[in-house]
Design a protein around this ligand. Structure first.
Ligand code: MN
Length: 227
Protein backbone atom coordinates (compact mmCIF):
# COMPACT_ATOMS: atom_id res chain seq x y z
CA UNK A 1 0.00 0.00 0.00
CA UNK A 2 1.26 3.47 -0.85
CA UNK A 3 1.91 5.96 1.92
CA UNK A 4 0.31 9.40 1.74
CA UNK A 5 3.74 10.92 2.49
CA UNK A 6 7.09 9.80 1.16
CA UNK A 7 8.54 7.52 3.88
CA UNK A 8 11.69 8.82 5.54
CA UNK A 9 14.81 6.81 6.13
CA UNK A 10 15.60 6.06 9.79
CA UNK A 11 18.11 8.18 11.64
CA UNK A 12 21.29 6.15 11.92
CA UNK A 13 24.67 6.08 13.64
CA UNK A 14 27.83 5.49 11.59
CA UNK A 15 29.82 2.35 12.35
CA UNK A 16 33.48 2.87 13.22
CA UNK A 17 35.79 1.69 10.42
CA UNK A 18 32.92 0.91 8.04
CA UNK A 19 30.66 2.66 5.53
CA UNK A 20 27.65 0.97 7.13
CA UNK A 21 25.40 2.49 9.76
CA UNK A 22 23.17 1.38 12.64
CA UNK A 23 19.49 2.31 12.05
CA UNK A 24 17.75 3.62 15.15
CA UNK A 25 14.31 2.31 16.10
CA UNK A 26 13.74 3.81 19.58
CA UNK A 27 15.85 5.46 22.29
CA UNK A 28 15.39 4.31 25.88
CA UNK A 29 17.25 6.18 28.62
CA UNK A 30 17.90 5.02 32.18
CA UNK A 31 17.54 7.60 34.95
CA UNK A 32 19.85 7.91 37.99
CA UNK A 33 22.00 4.85 37.28
CA UNK A 34 25.18 6.00 39.04
CA UNK A 35 24.88 6.41 42.82
CA UNK A 36 26.83 9.67 43.05
CA UNK A 37 24.68 11.23 40.31
CA UNK A 38 21.47 10.08 42.04
CA UNK A 39 22.71 11.77 45.22
CA UNK A 40 23.62 15.01 43.41
CA UNK A 41 20.04 15.08 42.08
CA UNK A 42 18.70 14.69 45.63
CA UNK A 43 17.80 10.99 45.70
CA UNK A 44 18.81 7.94 47.70
CA UNK A 45 20.28 5.51 45.14
CA UNK A 46 19.90 2.45 47.36
CA UNK A 47 16.14 2.13 47.22
CA UNK A 48 15.29 2.77 43.57
CA UNK A 49 14.44 0.29 40.84
CA UNK A 50 15.59 1.47 37.40
CA UNK A 51 13.25 3.86 35.61
CA UNK A 52 13.18 4.91 32.00
CA UNK A 53 12.33 7.79 29.73
CA UNK A 54 12.61 8.13 25.96
CA UNK A 55 13.88 10.39 23.24
CA UNK A 56 12.66 10.32 19.64
CA UNK A 57 15.00 8.43 17.28
CA UNK A 58 15.71 11.58 15.28
CA UNK A 59 17.07 13.36 18.37
CA UNK A 60 20.39 11.71 17.48
CA UNK A 61 22.95 13.88 15.75
CA UNK A 62 26.35 12.61 14.67
CA UNK A 63 27.94 15.57 12.87
CA UNK A 64 29.59 17.11 15.93
CA UNK A 65 27.45 20.24 15.92
CA UNK A 66 24.64 21.13 18.30
CA UNK A 67 22.66 24.35 18.28
CA UNK A 68 21.81 25.75 21.70
CA UNK A 69 18.19 24.58 22.01
CA UNK A 70 15.15 26.80 22.30
CA UNK A 71 13.10 27.10 25.50
CA UNK A 72 15.91 26.70 28.04
CA UNK A 73 18.43 28.76 29.95
CA UNK A 74 19.96 25.74 31.71
CA UNK A 75 21.20 23.15 29.19
CA UNK A 76 23.05 20.31 30.97
CA UNK A 77 25.44 17.66 29.69
CA UNK A 78 25.06 13.98 30.68
CA UNK A 79 27.80 11.75 29.26
CA UNK A 80 26.61 8.17 28.76
CA UNK A 81 27.60 4.81 27.34
CA UNK A 82 25.04 3.90 24.66
CA UNK A 83 24.13 0.33 23.73
CA UNK A 84 22.63 -0.66 20.36
CA UNK A 85 20.58 -3.86 20.16
CA UNK A 86 20.87 -6.38 17.32
CA UNK A 87 17.82 -8.26 18.55
CA UNK A 88 15.16 -7.92 21.22
CA UNK A 89 12.47 -9.84 23.03
CA UNK A 90 10.51 -9.86 26.26
CA UNK A 91 11.44 -11.19 29.70
CA UNK A 92 15.08 -11.52 28.70
CA UNK A 93 17.25 -13.25 31.30
CA UNK A 94 20.17 -11.22 32.67
CA UNK A 95 22.60 -13.94 31.58
CA UNK A 96 21.28 -13.79 27.98
CA UNK A 97 21.15 -9.99 27.67
CA UNK A 98 24.68 -9.34 26.41
CA UNK A 99 23.96 -11.63 23.44
CA UNK A 100 21.43 -9.05 22.14
CA UNK A 101 23.96 -6.20 21.97
CA UNK A 102 25.19 -5.22 18.51
CA UNK A 103 27.55 -2.51 19.68
CA UNK A 104 28.44 0.47 21.83
CA UNK A 105 28.91 4.21 21.35
CA UNK A 106 29.57 7.36 23.34
CA UNK A 107 26.51 9.61 23.65
CA UNK A 108 25.24 12.70 25.40
CA UNK A 109 21.81 12.86 27.04
CA UNK A 110 21.46 16.64 26.74
CA UNK A 111 18.87 17.94 29.18
CA UNK A 112 16.89 21.16 29.52
CA UNK A 113 17.36 21.06 33.32
CA UNK A 114 15.08 24.03 33.99
CA UNK A 115 12.19 22.35 32.17
CA UNK A 116 12.94 19.08 33.97
CA UNK A 117 12.92 20.80 37.37
CA UNK A 118 9.56 22.39 36.58
CA UNK A 119 8.16 19.06 35.34
CA UNK A 120 9.29 17.33 38.55
CA UNK A 121 7.69 20.05 40.66
CA UNK A 122 4.39 19.81 38.77
CA UNK A 123 4.40 16.00 38.50
CA UNK A 124 4.49 16.29 34.71
CA UNK A 125 6.33 14.18 32.08
CA UNK A 126 9.98 14.84 31.20
CA UNK A 127 9.49 14.58 27.42
CA UNK A 128 10.16 18.23 26.62
CA UNK A 129 13.11 18.32 29.06
CA UNK A 130 14.79 15.28 27.52
CA UNK A 131 13.39 14.53 24.06
CA UNK A 132 13.94 17.78 22.20
CA UNK A 133 15.56 18.23 18.78
CA UNK A 134 19.24 17.24 18.61
CA UNK A 135 19.21 16.22 22.28
CA UNK A 136 21.20 13.02 21.68
CA UNK A 137 24.62 13.70 20.09
CA UNK A 138 26.48 10.45 19.43
CA UNK A 139 29.85 9.26 18.16
CA UNK A 140 30.38 6.26 15.87
CA UNK A 141 29.22 2.87 17.09
CA UNK A 142 31.68 0.02 17.57
CA UNK A 143 30.58 -3.59 17.11
CA UNK A 144 30.66 -5.73 20.24
CA UNK A 145 32.45 -8.31 18.09
CA UNK A 146 35.42 -5.91 18.14
CA UNK A 147 35.16 -4.36 21.62
CA UNK A 148 33.99 -7.38 23.60
CA UNK A 149 31.51 -6.81 26.42
CA UNK A 150 32.03 -3.37 28.00
CA UNK A 151 31.44 -3.52 31.74
CA UNK A 152 34.30 -1.66 33.41
CA UNK A 153 35.51 1.06 31.01
CA UNK A 154 36.45 4.54 32.20
CA UNK A 155 33.92 7.19 31.16
CA UNK A 156 34.53 10.92 31.24
CA UNK A 157 33.45 14.25 29.79
CA UNK A 158 35.57 17.35 29.30
CA UNK A 159 34.15 20.80 28.58
CA UNK A 160 36.67 23.18 26.98
CA UNK A 161 39.43 20.77 28.02
CA UNK A 162 38.45 20.52 31.71
CA UNK A 163 37.10 17.33 33.27
CA UNK A 164 33.45 17.71 34.33
CA UNK A 165 32.34 14.09 34.72
CA UNK A 166 34.52 11.05 35.42
CA UNK A 167 33.65 7.53 36.51
CA UNK A 168 33.70 3.92 35.37
CA UNK A 169 30.97 1.86 33.76
CA UNK A 170 31.59 -0.61 36.60
CA UNK A 171 29.87 1.95 38.87
CA UNK A 172 26.48 1.53 37.16
CA UNK A 173 23.84 0.70 39.79
CA UNK A 174 22.02 -1.46 37.24
CA UNK A 175 24.52 -3.17 34.93
CA UNK A 176 23.82 -3.16 31.20
CA UNK A 177 22.55 -6.80 31.19
CA UNK A 178 20.35 -6.04 34.22
CA UNK A 179 19.01 -2.93 32.50
CA UNK A 180 18.17 -4.84 29.30
CA UNK A 181 16.47 -7.60 31.31
CA UNK A 182 14.46 -5.13 33.39
CA UNK A 183 13.41 -3.04 30.37
CA UNK A 184 12.32 -6.19 28.52
CA UNK A 185 9.78 -6.82 31.30
CA UNK A 186 8.19 -3.45 30.46
CA UNK A 187 8.29 -3.44 26.64
CA UNK A 188 9.24 -5.81 23.84
CA UNK A 189 12.73 -4.76 22.84
CA UNK A 190 13.61 -4.79 19.15
CA UNK A 191 16.59 -4.65 16.82
CA UNK A 192 17.68 -1.04 16.36
CA UNK A 193 16.75 0.06 19.88
CA UNK A 194 19.32 2.20 21.68
CA UNK A 195 19.73 2.35 25.45
CA UNK A 196 21.40 5.36 27.06
CA UNK A 197 22.66 3.70 30.23
CA UNK A 198 22.82 6.68 32.61
CA UNK A 199 25.26 9.39 33.56
CA UNK A 200 27.81 9.68 36.37
CA UNK A 201 28.05 12.64 38.74
CA UNK A 202 29.18 16.09 37.65
CA UNK A 203 26.31 17.19 35.40
CA UNK A 204 26.36 20.94 34.81
CA UNK A 205 25.36 23.68 32.42
CA UNK A 206 27.00 24.43 29.08
CA UNK A 207 26.97 27.62 27.02
CA UNK A 208 27.19 28.59 23.37
CA UNK A 209 30.73 28.09 22.07
CA UNK A 210 31.57 25.29 24.53
CA UNK A 211 33.45 22.29 23.21
CA UNK A 212 32.36 18.96 24.71
CA UNK A 213 34.61 15.90 24.53
CA UNK A 214 33.13 12.61 25.69
CA UNK A 215 35.06 9.40 26.19
CA UNK A 216 34.55 5.74 27.02
CA UNK A 217 37.61 3.48 26.90
CA UNK A 218 37.77 1.53 23.64
CA UNK A 219 35.27 3.71 21.72
CA UNK A 220 35.48 6.71 19.40
CA UNK A 221 35.44 9.97 21.35
CA UNK A 222 32.42 12.22 20.96
CA UNK A 223 33.31 15.80 20.06
CA UNK A 224 30.49 18.33 20.03
CA UNK A 225 30.66 22.08 19.59
CA UNK A 226 27.68 24.04 20.90
CA UNK A 227 26.83 26.73 18.36
MN1 MN B 1 20.77 10.62 31.38
Amino acid sequence: MDHVLAPWTPTSVPIHGSDQSFPIRRIFCVGRNYAAHAREMGHDPDREAPFFFMKPADAVRTDGQMSYPVATADLHHEIELVVGLAAGGTNIAVEDANDLIWGYAVGLDMTRRDLQAEAKKQGRPWCMAKGFDNSAPMAAMHPKSATGVIDSADIWLKVNGEIRQQSTVAALIWSIPETIAYLSELVELKAGDLIFTGTPEGVAAVARGDKLEGHVDGLTDLNVTLV
